[in-house]
Design a protein around this ligand. Structure first.
Ligand code: SF4
Ligand code: SF4
Ligand code: FES
Length: 249
């Protein structure tokens, strides 16, 4: 499991120091608690992301934000790498773009994504990223795992065939809702998100039915019941607001 870069209230704000660095040849600056991704975005340099979402801790799970750092082009995830003085970062070299394509192709090949019949078709972050990177097929054999759908909850459902293991659901449920209904079970190819101790969602004793997990899920893995193909649109704007309110309490 990759260590989380937690974003709690910072009691040492006064001790932050300014760092200068180059991103894609541009001179930029930030403070020492900022990540490459944050500084890049402040300077309108786009880096694709999947597991990162504003308002939750950064996890570094998906790796699509990989950038090259330093003269030897070390590959590091921009969302969990803090800036350093004199750092040189490249975000769009042919090598980086090829790695991002491969990562997205692997995500498609390891589960069962049938966009044409998906509730999130047309509103899916994975699908959009594939389109942005020009991924229209995968060079890897499909795994076709036998995965289930848990529709036991009266309002929401999870289709593991479309899960990319970004763990946004786990983090929002823990960090924002405080229920910690979602977690991760097993390792490697067998990894799954689970509710409670792998009980069915509808039998969970901790789920508050807030629906935040559905809204932050980047794909059609979590969805509201009753949605037909392409009808599931997610709203994530509540997250930065709730995070700010929590920190001010
Ligand atoms: S979750 Fe996204 S990529 Fe997967 S089937 Fe649905 S629309 Fe396609
Ligand atoms: S269910 Fe959705 S939010 Fe949760 S890990 Fe899977 S893709 Fe991410
Ligand atoms: S966005 Fe950085 S690892 Fe997922």
């Amino acid at each position: 499991m990759v260590a989380r870069l937690n974003r709690g209230p910072d009691p040492v704000r006064a001790r932050r120091t300014v760092k200068t660095l180059k991103i894609d040849g541009l001179d930029v600056s930030g403070t020492d608690e900022q990540t490459i991704l944050e500084v890049a975005r402040e300077n309108e340099i786009s880096i694709p992301t999947l597991c990162t979402i504003e308002g939750l801790s950064n996890l570094g799970a998906c790796r699509v934000c990989l950038v090259e750092v330093g003269d030897n082009g070390k590959l590091l995830p921009a969302c969990v790498t803090l800036i350093e003085e004199g750092m040189s970062v490249n975000t769009k070299t042919p090598r980086i773009i090829e790695y991002r394509r491969k990562l997205v192709e692997l995500l498609f090949s390891e589960r069962n994504h049938i966009c044409a019949v998906c509730v999130s078709n047309g509103h899916c972050e994975l699908q959009q990223l594939a389109e942005d990177l020009g991924v229209d097929h995968t060079r890897y054999p499909y795994v076709y795992p036998r995965l289930g759908v848990d529709a036991s909850h009266r309002e929401m459902a999870v289709d593991h065939n479309r899960c990319i293991l970004c763990q946004r659901c786990v983090r929002v449920c823990d960090e924002i809702e405080g229920a910690h209904t979602w977690d991760v079970m097993d390792r490697g190819a067998g990894t799954r998100v689970v509710t409670d101790m792998n009980q069915r969602w509808g039998e969970s004793t901790t789920c508050t039915e807030c629906g935040k997990c559905v809204q932050v899920c980047p794909t059609g893995a979590l969805f509201d019941k009753g949605k037909a193909v392409a009808e599931m649109e997610k709203e994530t704007q509540f997250l930065p607001y709730l995070r700010t309110m929590r920190e001010e309490e």
